[in-house]
Design a protein around this ligand. Structure first.
Ligand code: ADP
Ligand code: MG
Length: 249
């Protein structure tokens, strides 16, 4: 993706702090993400990666700092949740599909029920997205009839069906058997290549290196450093990053 360095960020975080009780999970997070950019967040378990994503989509209210997505101030207590849901999609490690609804119903449900869009139009879009996710013949199946990799691709189609401006992917391959990791990473790559702004929390270093425009490294609630992947993986300078990379590469 070619990104104009001067364009306004689509997403910005400034001085974001979050505590759970006495425990400060985020200790001043700053990020700028431009439209069409693919950002990977990596770091040790418990460093606050999921919490960062959850603050961006409004699931976790912050204690201090500001978060903006386009013209929406997510950190505003008066936040319009429906508008935000429309703009920010999220895909989780556990796909959380409704087991008693078909694949098509799972994908089409939120735009119909939450955004009140016409069923026909949404279902046509859902069918196209299932084809993009290489699941053209699974519309009438139930989640339990699909493999983990297929269910995760349904979850990605469901996020896309809301036509968001950004999709947050939280370790979407972590629960999958190795042979399914590749097909889900290909699906994520397609979403990115089609121009979607993506923030990926991932332990797949090879994927971060290839697919991301920018890599952020978190440790204990702070961003230790960030750089384009070629630079990040070859000359990360902080000892915390070096230590992490020595364990995972
Ligand atoms: P990561 O995704 O990098 O593994 P998380 O953002 O999930 O890290 O969590 C960071 C820290 O915050 C962890 O120590 C976790 O136990 C704690 N934490 C996350 N969510 C909550 C919560 N709802 N209540 C209390 N502690 C939480
Ligand atoms: Mg996490």
């Amino acid at each position: 993706m070619t990104i104009s360095p001067n364009s306004q960020p689509l997403i910005s975080l400034r001085g974001v702090h979050k505590s759970f009780g006495a425990f400060e999970v985020l200790r001043g997070i700053d990020m700028d993400i431009r439209k069409g950019e693919v950002v990977a967040i990596i770091g040790p378990s418990g460093s606050g990666k999921s919490t960062i994503l959850r603050t961006i989509n409004g699931l976790t209210p912050v204690n201090k700092g500001t978060i903006k997505v386009g013209d929406i101030t997510v950190s505003d207590p008066e936040l319009d949740q429906v508008k935000l849901r429309h703009r920010v999609g999220m895909v989780f490690q556990q796909y959380n599909l409704f087991p008693h609804k078909t694949v098509l119903e799972n994908v089409a449900m939120a735009p119909i029920q939450v955004l009140k869009q016409p069923r026909r139009e949404v279902e046509d879009r859902a069918q196209k997205l299932l084809a993009d996710m290489r699941l053209p013949d699974k519309a009438n199946s139930y989640p339990g009839e699909l493999s983990g990799g297929q269910q995760q691709r349904v979850a990605i189609a469901r996020a896309l069906c809301m036509e968001p401006e950004v999709i947050l992917f939280d370790e979407v391959t972590a629960a999958l058997d190795p042979e399914m990791v590749k097909e889900v990473l290909s699906a994520v790559r397609k979403v990115a290549e089609d121009g979607m702004t993506c923030i990926l929390v991932t332990h797949e270093m090879g994927f971060a290196r290839e697919a991301a425009d920018h890599v952020y490294f978190t440790d204990k609630g702070v961003i230790v450093e960030h750089a384009p992947p070629a630079e990040f993986f070859s000359q990360a300078s902080d000892p915390r990053t070096a230590e992490f990379l020595s364990k995972v590469l």
